[in-house]
Design a protein around this ligand. Structure first.
Ligand SMILES: C[S@@+](CC[C@H](N)C(=O)[O-])C[C@H]1O[C@@H](n2cnc3c(N)ncnc32)[C@H](O)[C@@H]1O
Length: 321
């Protein structure tokens, strides 16, 4: 196996982008799938979000990794194959890899091709003994793993950034069950999960004063205009994020500020003033609730590390032999 990017089912092609945008806008209520946020500009904007003062998520998860990375490495064990799911720029994975004992193989899996190429090149330089085998796929679709050259003791999946929060509970449970199979007998899952907290903290994090999250959200429309020849007028759409405490989730919308018509190729979509397009959910879990969810999927709970305020949790689960 060489070190080129393996693409089993291509990440985000123009065809599946068109298909999913048309399907999402034809639904009621209307939706645009969050996985298409991450083109080159979207990935850069997400990096800026991570540095915003209001966005505690990344900072807190990194703090937990720095404080407890050695303990995590001990729980995980030596010579593993690490599968990174949506590890993006790889800031957290780097911290983890520096703590792990002689990791054998790293398989980053991401839908964002540019980001995957850049971060894989950096990891090869930083960790010359590690075999890096990037896979450019949409992990929601079935995919195969590349065959590593180095032998490993077990497979451990790393799924940081609370991306699991984007899934509705039933889908999260199905996805976790797929991860049980992916990790295999004796494997593990290290997963970052954002926890329930004060509404103000949450709503500020997703409605930042500098407007970067709004730009990130609207980038879906920019992308549809560029790649699908759509004619969304960006000035007529507003970003809005609210915490739905009954469901325990942040809901992110694009809101039409007036009655308007949008064209995508030959298709035409009418929007009412105030009509919403849902672009993302971000579920906030409780520690006990998340352990339950993972247990139902087939994982065995080992340990959780949190920050002092218990805003974020990094959980370690294993699969029985
Ligand atoms: C919220 S970012 C988190 C990045 C990084 N894990 C972190 O914690 O900072 C989500 C990452 O997952 C990737 N991603 C989102 N949906 C995906 C999908 N369906 N398949 C593969 N990668 C996906 C994005 O490209 C992006 O790199």
């Amino acid at each position: 196996m060489n070190n080129k990017i393996t693409s089993v089912v291509a990440g985000a092609t123009k065809e599946n982008f068109r298909e999913e945008v048309l399907a999402g806008l034809s639904q009621s209520p209307r939706q645009l799938p969050y996985k298409f946020f991450y083109d080159e500009l979207g990935a850069q904007l997400f990096q800026q979000i991570c540095d915003l003062p209001e966005y505690y998520v990344t900072r807190t998860e990194i703090e937990i990794l720095r404080l407890h990375g050695a303990d995590m490495a001990k729980a995980i064990g030596p010579q593993i194959e690490l599968i990174g799911l949506g590890t993006g720029a790889g800031t957290k994975t780097r911290i983890l890899l520096e703590e792990l004992h002689d990791p054998a193989v790293y398989v980053p899996i991401d839908i964002s091709k540019e980001q995957l190429e850049k971060s894989s090149a950096r990891f090869r330089e930083m960790f010359p003994a590690l075999q890096v085998l990037p896979v450019w796929v949409d992990y929601l679709e079935p995919f195969e793993l590349p065959l590593p050259r180095r032998l490993s003791s077990r497979t451990v999946i790393y799924f940081p950034g609370s991306t699991i929060g984007n899934f509705e509970p039933e889908t999260a449970s199905e996805f976790l069950a797929r991860l049980v199979d992916l990790a295999g007998d004796g494997g593990g899952l290290l997963i970052g999960v954002d926890l329930q907290k004060d509404r103000d903290v949450l709503e500020r994090a997703y409605n930042d004063a500098a407007g970067v999250t709004a730009q990130f959200n609207k980038n879906l429309l920019v992308r549809a205009n560029r790649e699908l020849g759509a004619d969304f007028d960006l000035n007529r759409w507003q970003h809005h994020a609210i915490y739905n405490s009954t469901e325990g989730r942040i809901e992110i919308y694009l809101i039409s500020d007036n009655e308007q018509t949008v064209h995508i190729g030959a298709r035409e979509f009418q929007f009412r003033a105030g009509e919403e397009i849902l672009t993302e959910y971000s579920y906030k879990h409780t520690i006990a609730g998340f352990i339950d969810l993972a247990r139902q999927a087939g994982f065995h709970f080992e340990q959780v590390w949190t920050d002092g305020a218990r805003w974020f949790g990094v959980f370690y689960f294993t699969v029985a032999n």
